[in-house]
Design a protein around this ligand. Structure first.
Ligand code: HEC
Length: 102
């Protein structure tokens, strides 16, 4: 099987576009994260309860997917699902970028 340079370039461009499309604005998420998420996930994204996950340094795309899944009902949790339903796409992207940068 031969793979052309052109095909590789197309794939590389698609990957680049995906990450650009997901670039959230961490600054925009700061106040929501501090008021809404910090209560459980900690002011620095490190939780103090063994049942609440750390979010600091979490992969941005993983976190955006987790929140989208809670919101869509593809991932269920009695605490996170109702919270995720209050978030817009932009807030999810911004929060994911914010926690990825901690
Ligand atoms: C009342 C406590 C509470 C609050 C407030 C809360 N969370 Fe959570 N969060 C949890 C718990 C508990 C889990 C683990 C749920 C599970 O097992 O799926 C979780 C899981 C998550 C996960 C998945 C982590 C992983 O590793 O898969 C993300 C992402 C997340 N929360 C983001 C947020 C964001 C963003 C906010 C603010 C909008 C927030 N949470 C507010 C309790 C909370």
């Amino acid at each position: 099987m031969r793979i052309s340079i052109g095909a590789i370039a197309v794939v590389a461009m698609a990957i680049t576009n995906m990450s650009v499309a997901l670039a959230g604005d961490p600054a925009a998420a700061t106040s929501k994260a501090k008021t809404l998420c910090a209560a459980c996930h900690g002011p620095d994204g490190v939780s103090m309860n063994p049942l609440w996950p750390n979010l600091a340094g979490q992969k941005e795309q993983y976190m955006a997917k987790a929140l989208t899944d809670y919101r869509a009902g593809n991932r269920t949790d009695p605490t996170m699902a109702p919270l995720a339903k209050t978030l817009t796409d932009k807030e999810i992207e911004d929060l994911a970028a914010y926690y990825a940068g901690l």
